[in-house]
Design a protein around this ligand. Sequence first.
Ligand SMILES: C[S@@+](CC[C@H](N)C(=O)[O-])C[C@H]1O[C@@H](n2cnc3c(N)ncnc32)[C@H](O)[C@@H]1O
Length: 257
Amino acid sequence: MSTEPVIKRTKDGSTTLYSPRYDQCYHNPNGAVAESRHLFFEQTGILDHIRQNKPFNIFETGFGTGLNFILLLDYLAETEYSSHITYWSVEAYPVGPGTVSGFDFGEEFQPDSYKPLLTDIFGKIRNGLNRFEPANHLTLKLYFGHFDQLFDEEQIPETFDYLFHDPFSPEVNPELWTPGVFRSLKKISSPDALLSTYCAATSARASMAVAGWSVARAGGALGKREMTLASLNPSRLTKWKRLNEKRLIERFENGEF
Ligand SMILES: C[S@@+](CC[C@H](N)C(=O)[O-])C[C@H]1O[C@@H](n2cnc3c(N)ncnc32)[C@H](O)[C@@H]1O
C-alpha cells in the first residue's frame, strides 16, 4: 500500500491531506485554512508582532502541506513588514511534488501565489537541512528527517519566539508528545516564547508541564472545545485559563498516561 498522502477537501473549501501512514488527516475536516489561522496566528498575537515590524523566529514541528508557512507569507504580504523572520520546520515524510499539484488552499488564495513556491520546495528538498529564501525578509530552514535526528545532528543557532507544535495526535504520533520533545523545544526557545497546538489531551499537557512549561487552555478551532498554549514565562499566559502544572506533573508521575 502506498504511504503517499491523499488530498481531501475540508468544509471551508480548502484541501488537507489524509495520511495512510498515520490514518489521520493533517487538519480539522471543518476547515484547514481556518484552523491554522485560529491556532497559530489569531490566538498567539503573532499578527501584532508582524504589525509592529519586529524581527522574530518560528519553529514548526511537522511541515506537512506547508500551509502554516504559506499563511505566514500571506499575512506578511498584507503589511509593510521589513524586519526578518527565520521559519524552521522539520518533516520526516515530505510529500511528492505531484501531490502538491492537488493542493487548493481555497478561494482566499490565488494558486499562483503559493503553488510554484511549494512545488519548488518539495521538488528540491533533500535529507538534512534545506534553506530557502522566498522573500527578502523571510528565510525557511526545512529539515528533512525526524525530530530527534534534527536535535541530535544540528546545532540550531536561532532561538524561537513562536513554536507551532503541529504533529499528528498523541495516539498515533506519540514520539512527538513526550517530555523529552518539550525539553528539546525549551532549549531553543526565547524566555517569552509561546508554544501553540490544537491538541487538548491531558497527557500532552502533562508532558509540557514535566518539561518545565507553564500551560494554559483556550477555545479551540471550528467546533473543537479547547486548544493548548504554553510558555516558559507564565506572564505570557494571562489572557487564557491557566492549568495546574503541579497536578499535571503528579498525574504523569503516577503513571496515568
Ligand atoms: C498534522 S501534520 C502537519 C501539518 C502541517 N503543519 C501543515 O500545515 O500542513 C504532521 C506532520 O508531522 C510529520 N511527522 C510525524 N512524525 C514526525 C517526526 N518524528 N519527525 C518529523 N516530522 C514528523 C508528518 O509527516 C506530518 O507531515
